[in-house]
Design a protein around this ligand. Structure first.
Ligand SMILES: [Zn+2]
Length: 277
């Protein structure tokens, strides 16, 4: 363990020395040259500092690359909460102390408007090109931010209402009123489109960002009051995943949000505990 830590330190310091330090030294030299030219205007004139800027960008890229390498593989394999739990278990075994790790980490999977639009596209709701580019335009990002904020409010309202239903409880008044607020908004520009024997949502250029969220709203409402309402369940993962899913298994005995996520994490965790624990 210690020797592999030493090896890792040596590798990182070599990477820092060979890549970053050399780049920074060359940038410093180029700026000294610019300074010299500024102090002696008679000599060669100062031209653009594009070269220095390019070198700085390269240095930033290198730092990113090296810091990415520093992320433990465990983190990518298991996700943050499991990685923390694993470190806790290792500490407990090395030290003989009792260590309890209760991770409550929920990473935001829709961190911005771009991620939101990509997720929606993957779920059959594609913003017309004009609307998408105005939502993503740099500088004029107000409508994009509003859409993102609304989408998160809607998601949280849906989650609160559905989890309350799973527990046969009353949803909070706040979640209900948020949801109903979305219901009252316009559907302008939203239409059903028939193509290649199937049906899909289609948004015209007249669509507002309210209309973009409508298909999500309707699917959620269908899950709340429709025939599949009893099939909405919560992932039984004990690390606090909390995801909801529709159990369409014939036996109605599905436990995980997805085998590719919590199911696999449970498997990977058992694997790590066997091989390293
Ligand atoms: Zn899960």
């Amino acid at each position: 363990m210690v020797s592999s830590q030493e090896e890792e330190r040596a590798r990182v310091s070599r990477e820092l020395h060979d890549h970053i330090c050399q780049l920074l030294v060359s940038i410093k030299y180029q700026f000294e040259l610019v300074g010299h030219k500024l102090a002696h205007p008679g000599d060669t004139p100062v031209t653009a500092i594009d070269k220095e800027i390019a070198a700085l960008s390269k240095a930033i890229g290198e730092v990113r690359r090296i810091s990415h390498d520093l992320r433990p593989a465990l983190l990518d394999d298991l996700g943050l909460s499991s990685a923390l739990e694993h470190i806790g278990n290792e500490l407990a075994q090395r030290s003989g102390m009792q260590v309890h790790v209760t991770p409550r980490v929920h990473e935001e999977r829709l961190p911005d408007t771009k991620a939101l639009l990509e997720w929606m596209k993957g779920n059959g709701i594609e913003a017309p090109r004009g609307l998408a580019s105005s939502l993503l335009a740099p500088g004029s990002d107000k409508p994009g931010k509003a859409l993102h904020r609304d989408a998160i409010v809607l998601r949280e309202a849906i989650y609160t209402i559905l989890t309350a239903r799973i527990r046969s409880e009353q949803p909070s008044a706040r979640a209900l009123s948020d949801f109903n607020q979305f219901l009252s908004q316009s559907m302008r520009g939203l239409a059903l489109d028939a193509r290649a024997g199937g049906l899909a949502w289609k948004l015209s250029a007249a669509a507002s960002h309210d209309s973009l969220l409508k298909p999500i709203l309707m699917s959620a409402a269908e899950l709340m009051v429709g025939t599949r309402a009893d099939r909405v369940k919560q992932c039984q993962d004990d690390r606090g995943c909390g995801w909801l899913f529709v159990d369409d298994s014939r036996a109605q005995n599905r436990r995980w949000c997805s085998m590719g996520d919590c199911g696999n994490v449970a498997k990977a965790r058992r694997h790590y505990e066997r091989t390293r624990g």
